[in-house]
Structures are given as structure tokens and as C-alpha cells.
Design a protein around this ligand. Sequence first.
Ligand SMILES: [Zn+2]
Length: 300
Amino acid sequence: MMRRLLPAMLLLTALTGCGDEPAGADGKLPVVTAFYPLQFVSERVGGDAVDVSTLTKPGAEPHDVELTARQVGEVSDAGLIVYLAGFQPAVDDAVKQNGGDRAFDAATAVETINATEADAHAEGEEEHSGVDPHVWLDPTRLAGIADKVAERLGKADPAHAADFTARAATLRTELTALDGEFTTGLANCARRELVTSHTAFGYLADRYELTQIGITGIDPETEPSPQRLAAVAAEAKEHGTTTIFFETLVSPKVAETIAKEVGAQTAVLDPVEGLADGSADYFSVMRANLAALKLGLECS
Ligand SMILES: [Zn+2]
């Protein structure tokens, strides 16, 4: 009798095992996020119902992240994976192999734009599909991602669906306020050309009607050609640029080279890809960015 039942019981266990949503030891839904802004959104929307981890260490440059075997395991065990296809090849691979329908590509929640002309000429460009991945630098697009994260969390954990929706709405209110600060703060500026080492600000430029002049390209570690450096320096001079922006997670060398060439200064503009300072968050970094832009572009 037992012998006959056993295969059927094993089959039943396997079936219910598939249907169960993965839950951590504390009953919280494990959510794996690819890098900081997606971690920030998932934490804000998920609240205490989820256990959020991130595949990019704080302070690390996320474009070229490598995953450990343990992190690949986390992807396999997650209830939801929030990532951005085309941004981090190692994460794309892990999702392709182990993500299944638990993976949510944040880029599908927003209207994407193509990488700038500068990037089309950068070396190694064939690795990029032509879409600019830095969608989170437009707060209104990040709000759209938060809504979709709430929807996906609600499907994975229906008991908390209403909480997720409510938290996403609160976050949207805050992001809309931030968007308003940017619109007002950048309304009247002496210049609208944003010269930056890492070409990460396409969405910010798109939203607030600035013109991004990128030096290195979409991937900050791409070495710009001497021709590219000369072209950017000429453009910066032509527009009377006084500030060349660089980011904190990679070397400022390229920005300093151009700045010297055109007699400008350098200032930090943070692409919010990974936080070096644990006390900062998306809002505080974006407000520091706004202050730097107002100073560098002479906005009144
Ligand atoms: Zn980037």
C-alpha cells in the first residue's frame, strides 16, 4: 500500500512546491534587485512584507557587475527579481537562466529613449542595444516603475497587494514633488548644455529640456577617443561651459582633462547607480544633483 502511494505523494509535493510562492525564513517575500534605484523602489513599495537584497554592492559601479555563485542562487530563490534588461550583462544572464516569470524588467514600465549620438560613436557600442538604460534619473519614470513593482509584488503576495499599491502611490507623490523642484529649478538657466563624463543623464535632460554632451558614453569605463575628447572640448567652448560634471564611482580624470582644456571647473553629478554614502537615498542624491546643476548652469 505504502509503495503504491509514495510516487503519487512525491508528485503532489512537487506540484504544490511549484505553486508555492518562495518565502524567506521570516515569511517575508524575498525580492532580489539588480542595483540601487531598483532596491530603493522595492524597499519603499514592499515595506515590511518583503526582504530586499541587491546584486550590486553599495559604492560599486554597477554596469560591469560580476555575480558570485551565492548571488546566482539568490536569483533562483527570489519571489520577485527586479532588474533592467540591457544594463548589466551578468544580471541579464542570471535572469535568463534562473529568473523565469519571476523576473520583472523595469525598462518595460517606461518609455525608453535611445542613447545619444555621442554614444553611437563610442567604442564597444555594439554591447548596447541603443537604448539608454538610465531611466531612473527621471523621477516621473521611476514612479511608473514603482507602480509596476507594486503590481508584481501584489501578484506574488496577494495578501499585501493593497499595501503595495498604497505605498507606490505615496512614493509617486514624493517623486512628483521632486519632479516639480527640478522643473522650477532648471526653468531659467544661463546655459542648457550639460557636459558630463558618464553619459547617464539622457532621461534627466529629456525631462527638463537640457542638452546632454557626454564624454565617455553609456558605460562610464569606456575610454573616450582623442577625437571624442577634442569634439567635446570644442562644443563646451562654443557653449561657454563653465562646469564639467563627473560622477563619484569612477575616476574624474576624463572630466578634468576637458575642464583644463576649456578652462572650466568640475563638479559632481551623481547617476544614483550605487550609493557610496549609507545615509543618502535617492531623494537626497537627486536634490544634491539639482543644486549642482543650478550652480553649474547658472540657473536663477
Ligand atoms: Zn551608467
